[in-house]
Write a protein that binds this ligand. Structure first.
Ligand code: PGA
Length: 250
């Protein structure tokens, strides 16, 4: 049985004040949610605040990106060991915003995945097609290419230590959610790629859906056989909405 995971991705939002209030809201409302794992991903500069506020609670915290390199002369970058130093359990890698605005290639994302894993962090690998790619009918080709970059670099065993998030780019922050059937199709395809190489790894792999997941669509999405939780952007910024999604997954 795969334990569902609900991960918040705050992106570049919040202040010390708003984050404190958000965490208070999440912590106080999470009491009955025990069957799933809950994670929040904050801008790196707030991770020490998260460590102070979440230590000893059921909520884990996550970085949103990391460097593929070991500590050294890389101004502005954050190494895996530094995220670990602040108690992160997870780190998001290859989010479509990183791929689009920072030119991250499949190969760089694979290296970041490897760096996270080597440090003992759990990478959340984001993959997904753009609207143009979906309209061209190459969704499967795109997600296979993004996933295979990690498998080629690290071997299939690498996916035993990570999480995959399927995030169709056209659904992120747009209010246009993939239908549960559309999402399930791609999730099953992703699990199939892994199963071709290792059935046990495929069976244990958690594949999250991300892209305008909200309290009112979370139940239907997470009810699908191959959807093991969500990576939540906008709705993770309101404690009430995030908690409602956690309850749905629970
Ligand atoms: P969204 O973002 O829920 O606001 O669509 C999801 C994500 O980018 O991880």
């Amino acid at each position: 049985m795969r334990r569902p995971l609900v991960a918040g991705n705050w992106k570049m939002n919040g202040s010390r004040e708003s984050i404190e209030a958000l965490l208070d809201g999440i912590k106080s409302g999470l009491g009955r949610v025990t069957a799933i794992e809950v994670v929040v991903g904050a801008p790196a500069i707030y991770l020490s605040d998260l460590q102070c506020q979440l230590q000893g609670t059921a909520v884990a915290w996550s970085g949103q990106d990391l460097s593929a390199e070991a500590p050294g002369a890389y101004t502005g970058e954050i190494a895996a060991s530094m995220l670990l130093d602040f108690g992160c359990k997870y780190v998001i890698v290859g989010h479509s915003e990183r791929r689009a605005y920072h030119g991250e290639s499949d190969q760089l994302v694979a290296k970041k995945y490897a760096a996270a894993r080597a440090a003992g962090l759990v990478p959340i690998l984001c993959i997904g097609e753009t609207l143009e790619e979906r309209e061209q009918g190459i969704t499967e080709k795109v997600v296979a290419r993004q996933l295979n970059a990690v498998i080629e670099l690290e071997g299939i065993a690498a996916l035993a230590d990570g999480v995959v998030a399927y995030e169709p780019v056209w659904a992120i922050g747009t209010g246009k959610t993939a239908t549960p059937e559309q999402a399930q199709d791609v999730h099953a395809f992703i699990r199939g790629i892994v199963a071709d190489k290792d059935a046990v790894v495929a069976d244990g792999l958690r594949i999250l859906y991300g892209g305008s997941m909200k309290p009112d669509n979370a139940i239907e999405l997470i009810a699908k056989q191959d959807i093991d939780g969500g990576l939540i952007g906008g709705a993770s910024l309101k404690a009430e909405d995030f908690l409602a999604i956690c309850s749905a997954a629970n």
